[in-house]
Design a protein around this ligand. Structure first.
Ligand code: PHE
Length: 444
């Protein structure tokens, strides 16, 4: 068998992993979830979730991936626990489902780039969303987005993924900084910043049950955890890289980009009406932003750049979602990477078609992943590394890094106790919400 590819450099890995992490989650869902869940109150809980639960969980995936040096399913066997490979399989399944609707939203983004250039959404932002979010335009956008994703993954880990993210991520960062600078000039800026940044701890206390699940779900989603993605990416990593240092850099950059997106979105929202109505599901963000771009001076140009950022961010994430099944199928069955990318991408495109019929399917896919699949996956991963895997696997954390024994032990106990408890609470609240939604006919 051909030799397995590895990242060309440590920076190459960090770019690819940041590319996976930074996506629609940061720029589209983070600001709008924050707006819908009380602003700064949500932000505080989200940041705690990212650093206290997300970062240790990322280390769990890195340990499995680098120790296993195989695709996310085979890695479990390689470490000596083949009967846990279903955990990698669950992540793979979540990747399939997620990419199928992620790509539909990616298709909307394509339509909004066009709409910014032609001014098509300037008159009636709501009607424009209706015309592109379902039906033939939605299917077309979804397919184009999948073709772009397949093209990059088919080119390989270094020539495709690494090279693409090295261009896209700096592009996202620069454009977001420019947009945030522009946003300071808007009329609603001061009010927007205050809603975004001054937490009301009373709001957190009285809305704990409704803030925690979306904040935790968002933390896992934005860091690409529970999808086997970070297992796959870290399996291409050299032995002498520091997992905690690389992971820390990834978490920090990802968080900064989400925060920056908030500095763009909140002034826009408050310049044109405030945070009310920001929580109405998948489309509200597009309608609210497009409405704002349609009414602000030079809005078309700003909109064009904003949606271009969103496209880059989405693509650098979608390629990581496709990499999971592609690495598994091509390694396990010996098919060529490019053929596998086309076949798996085609399958995912088909799974995504119902999400082009209307936003309720899309909402269902989304909630299924956020509220059920991700927490279960993270729980299994934490239990596996915390309680099942032997010490040799656990010690992978410190290899190639300067962190000592005590860091590894503290992390291990955190993964044994704190992560599972937090995730079980989230899972309970999330399943309850999912059940209520299904029973009340909120989806179908
Ligand atoms: N982290 C990406 C985002 O925030 C989504 C994603 C999840 C990408 C899982 C890959 C894997 O948009």
């Amino acid at each position: 068998m051909a030799q397995r590819e590895t990242w060309t450099s440590r920076i190459g890995f960090i770019f690819a992993a940041v590319g996976s992490a930074v996506g629609l989650g940061n720029i589209w869902s983070f600001p709008f979830q924050t707006a819908a869940n009380g602003g700064a109150a949500f932000l505080v809980v989200y940041l705690l979730a990212v650093f206290l639960i997300g970062f240790p969980t990322m280390m769990v995936e890195f340990v499995i991936g680098r120790r296993g040096e195989q695709n996310p399913i085979a890695s479990f066997g390689k470490i000596g626990y083949g009967n846990w490979s279903f955990t990698g399989g669950l992540g793979l399944f979540s990747s399939l489902i997620t990419l199928s609707f992620y790509s539909v939203v990616g298709g909307w983004v394509l339509s909004y780039i066009l709409g910014s250039a032609t001014g098509a959404y300037f008159g009636d932002a709501g009607a424009y969303f209706g015309s592109v979010a379902s039906g033939p335009t939605a299917i077309g956008g979804h397919l184009v987005f999948m073709v772009l994703t397949i093209g990059i993954v088919a080119s390989g880990v270094t020539d495709g993924i690494e090279r693409a993210t090295k261009v896209m991520i700096p592009g996202v960062l620069l454009l977001l900084v420019a947009l945030a600078g522009w946003a300071t000039t808007l009329d609603g800026a001061a009010e927007g910043y205050s809603y975004y940044l001054s937490p009301d701890f009373g709001v957190i206390a009285s809305n704990f049950g409704s803030i925690v699940p979306p904040a935790m779900g968002q933390a896992f989603f934005t860091l690409s955890l529970g999808f086997s993605v970070m297992i796959a990416y870290s399996s291409y990593l050299g032995r002498d890289d520091s997992l905690p240092a690389d992971g820390g850099a990834i978490v920090v950059v990802n968080t900064l980009i989400a925060l920056l997106a908030g500095f763009v979105v909140f002034p826009i929202l408050f310049a044109t009406g405030g945070a009310e109505g920001a929580g109405g599901g998948a489309g509200t963000a597009f309608v609210a932003l497009a409405g704002a771009f349609g009414s602000l001076p030079a809005g078309g140009i700003i909109g064009f750049f904003f949606f271009a950022v969103l496209l880059f961010a989405a693509l650098s994430s979608s390629i990581s979602l496709l990499e999971v099944p592609v690495s598994y199928v091509s390694e396990n069955y010996g098919y060529k990477r490019s053929t596998t990318a086309v076949a798996m991408g085609g399958l995912i495109a088909v799974i995504g078609v119902p999400a082009t019929f209307g936003t309720s399917w899309l909402g269902f896919y989304n909630d299924l992943v956020f509220k059920l699949l991700l927490p279960i996956s993270v729980l299994l991963l934490a239990v596996f590394v915390g309680w099942v895997a032997d010490r040799e696997a656990v010690d992978e954390l410190g290899r190639g890094s300067s962190v000592g024994e005590s860091f590894t032990s503290a992390w291990l106990w955190w993964v044994r106790l704190v992560v599972p408890v937090a995730v079980i609470v989230t899972l309970y609240l999330g399943v309850e919400a999912l059940y209520t939604g299904l029973a009340s006919g909120a989806y179908f």
